[in-house]
Design a binder for this molecule. Sequence first.
Ligand SMILES: *[C@@H]1O[C@H](CO)[C@@H](O)[C@H](O)[C@H]1NC(C)=O
Ligand SMILES: *[C@@H]1O[C@H](CO)[C@@H](O)[C@H](O)[C@H]1NC(C)=O
Ligand SMILES: *[C@@H]1O[C@H](CO)[C@@H](O)[C@H](O)[C@H]1NC(C)=O
Ligand SMILES: *[C@@H]1O[C@H](CO)[C@@H](O)[C@H](O)[C@H]1NC(C)=O
Ligand SMILES: *[C@@H]1O[C@H](CO)[C@@H](O)[C@H](O)[C@H]1NC(C)=O
Ligand SMILES: *[C@@H]1O[C@H](CO)[C@@H](O)[C@H](O)[C@H]1NC(C)=O
Length: 460
Amino acid sequence: MAISFSSAHALIFLVSLLICGISGVDSQPFLNSVEQESVYRVLESLNPDIPWRSLFPDDLCSSAPHGVVCGYTTMPTDTNNGTVNILELSFGYVSDHNPNPPCGPNSSLHDPFIFSSFPYLRKLFFYKCFTQQPVSLQAFSRVGSSLEELVFIDNPSLFGSLTDTIGKTNLRRLVITGTNVSGEIPNGFGTLQNLEEATLSRNRFTGTLPENVSNLKKLRILDLSQNGFEGNIPVAIGELQNLIKLDLSLNIFSGQLPESMKGLKSIELLDLSYNKFTNSGIPIYLSEMSKLKEVYLSGNELGGLIPDIWENLKGIIAIGFSGVGLVGNIPSSIGVFLGNLTYLALDNNKLTGKVPFELERLKMVNELNLKNNNLSGGLPFSGQFVSRVGRKLRVQGNPELCVDGGVIMSFYKSSGVLGQLKICNSVANSKLALLHVRGSSLIGHQVSYLVIVFLLFNIM
Ligand SMILES: *[C@@H]1O[C@H](CO)[C@@H](O)[C@H](O)[C@H]1NC(C)=O
Ligand SMILES: *[C@@H]1O[C@H](CO)[C@@H](O)[C@H](O)[C@H]1NC(C)=O
Ligand SMILES: *[C@@H]1O[C@H](CO)[C@@H](O)[C@H](O)[C@H]1NC(C)=O
Ligand SMILES: *[C@@H]1O[C@H](CO)[C@@H](O)[C@H](O)[C@H]1NC(C)=O
Ligand SMILES: *[C@@H]1O[C@H](CO)[C@@H](O)[C@H](O)[C@H]1NC(C)=O
Ligand SMILES: *[C@@H]1O[C@H](CO)[C@@H](O)[C@H](O)[C@H]1NC(C)=O
């Protein structure tokens, strides 16, 4: 008998029920019948194949599926038993550690306004629940003002848009990622005074980022990546002093990067890559973001030099400046100060000059991409460094760059891609068999023009 993926999940889910036996508290009051019935109805529309009522026949505050969380909303006293209500509803099997009720393949919401039955709901969470049947985001506009977390992860058939009613909630976390939700960010967004996380990535949102996003003083995460947002970054964004992560990548934002961004004092991850930002160069004020760990600006026509700002940014672990129109040299300070750097991408620019030997001091680096520039001179890396970084050391597409014969074998052994790189003159008499030799000389460099074509590497 074949057991489908989702029924396997259901099985694990049922087994996990037995493990986490719920201890009944004698004096705890019962859940009211409206909420008890509404939980069953939500479960039945999300997964009609599981007999929810017979699996959980008792009061759902004493025995409920993982993800259905109940709690006191009025504490008991000597004379009063108190009251309990549903506080959290999480659906969709995440993992064995987080075995929420699994959603079936035809998971839907039969009563779109059912969530108005839970006046004390604080958290509503859906993981891979709405995958085929279209479900409107409107259904969730009736949640009560107690809601603090609204989370939708990978629900491709969830559609509709955010409305101003979102402003009537008390949200701390708003996560809508991997859905078919579209439209603009409504005005009500700016009134979510307690919002700490707004993750709206991988949807079909459009429009601009409103200026009054700056009202959201507690915001720590703003992720709008992979949508159709456009327009400038609002100047007021610099007022978000608690912002740790700003990800606007893969949209069509444009204009210059506002100087005010230097106000983002807490920022650790800044990803503005693949938009239409122009002409700002790499902002000098990055040096004032002293907590910065990752900065990605790739795929914008910024132009300019790589500024020498790295002494103040020693905690950086990743720099992505691919295809941003950079000119000039690679500053040696990157190698001197960024001992924790693991990722450096400067490819597809117009960088010139030598590769600074200080880059070899990047002991943590596991990806170093310099390809398709106009770098020249000898690649200053030892065989050991070349072997360690291996395939993730990319230097091809720099016609004036040459490689020391002594490290050629390291490239070869680590399956590195050299493309067409010259061998530097000093090792012209190396024992390596070279495929093609032509005499030549370059200004400032006596280089035998030894073109090596490592067809061999294409086998991988
Ligand atoms: C409180 O709980 C006790 C025991 O469960 C019950 O007998 C009593 O009627 C309850 N009181 C109220 C006010 O609900
Ligand atoms: C899902 O719904 C479709 C029609 O809406 C039906 O044909 C299909 O059998 C249903 N699948 C399951 C697993 O219930
Ligand atoms: C998303 O919405 C568009 C247009 O509203 C529709 O054509 C498309 O089928 C939807 N995709 C899914 C997965 O529901
Ligand atoms: C936010 O800004 C928009 C336009 O910039 C405005 O229409 C709206 O009323 C503002 N909302 C709040 C809450 O200030
Ligand atoms: C580099 O990384 C180590 C280990 O994660 C950390 O302890 C150290 O503070 C980092 N250095 C800087 C300058 O952030
Ligand atoms: C590369 O740099 C050399 C000087 O080092 C210059 O003559 C040449 O025009 C540059 N090529 C490109 C494509 O920028």
